[in-house]
Design a protein around this ligand. Structure first.
Ligand SMILES: [Zn+2]
Length: 254
């Protein structure tokens, strides 16, 4: 069915195309089914170069991880194509919006599997990117646009690379890690519905869900390395509808 003329997954205005959730660039050279949702031009992150910028940032971070033999067990799980997305040659707007900055990881000794690593400074707002992915999954989960969700109130937690928009100090980092651990210990977690018969490979992307009284938590893992949470208020009837997609219970987060 045509994706044109349906409500945009994010704003509800007439769509002009489709957006891949998560970005198709993650799955370069990988055969799998992909989730797409109707999108207006303004909320199409692929067209705007935001996807390229953030995924190039992942890739550059992975390249720096790979140099450290301590993290061989982490980087061995990551598909080869993931290391190449940083060599972006296409859009100038992407080159302008990503650059690396050295960082000393505040996580040394914090039981997180990340080393001192290069750090992505990215003009695109990572929080906004994660919230749009969440909106896309909710659109796909409900199979319709739901106008009564306040995406501006969504909260994102990024325990793996503290804060992509600037270093705000260790205190904030510790709060972020504590909050992430608190969310992670919630149960049960449900594995999100598959993208199709050929689901997304788990070493590239997976998402899990946890429901409480009208709060819904999305837990994302990109390339087995980057973990993010999004917390959003969804009323119980929307939660029920998402449940009809039959997410599988997995108990504690894997
Ligand atoms: Zn829109």
């Amino acid at each position: 069915m045509s994706k044109f003329g349906k409500p945009c997954y994010y704003c509800g205005k007439l769509s002009t195309g489709k957006e891949h959730i998560p970005p198709q660039m993650l799955f370069k050279e990988i055969v799998c089914d992909k989730i797409t949702v109707p999108s207006c031009d303004h909320h199409n992150m692929d067209k705007s170069g935001i996807d390229q910028s953030i995924i190039a940032g992942f890739s550059l971070s992975l390249q720096s991880l790979k140099k450290d033999p301590k993290f061989k067990n982490v980087t061995d799980k990551v598909p080869q194509n993931a290391f190449n997305s940083g060599n972006f040659k296409t859009k100038d707007c992407v080159k302008k919006s990503v650059y690396l900055k050295p960082i000393i990881s505040p996580f040394t000794g914090a039981k997180l599997p990340l080393p001192d690593m290069s750090y992505l400074e990215s003009v695109p707002d990572l929080k906004d990117w994660l919230i749009k992915i969440t909106a896309g999954l909710v659109r796909d989960g409900l199979r319709r646009f739901e106008p009564n969700i306040d995406w501006n109130s969504a909260i994102t937690v990024n325990p793996s690379v503290t804060n992509l928009n600037g270093i705000k100090g260790l205190e904030e980092t510790q709060r972020n890690v504590d909050r992430a651990n608190e969310i992670k210990s919630k149960k049960p977690w449900y594995r999100g519905w598959p993208s199709g018969k050929r689901d997304y490979p788990k070493n590239v992307f997976q998402f899990c869900l946890h429901f409480t009284n009208n709060k819904t938590f999305f837990y994302y893992t990109f390339y087995s390395v980057f973990h993010f949470y999004v917390e959003i208020t969804l009323n119980t009837s929307i939660q029920k509808e998402l449940f009809e997609r039959k997410p599988t219970v997995i108990g504690v987060y894997p």
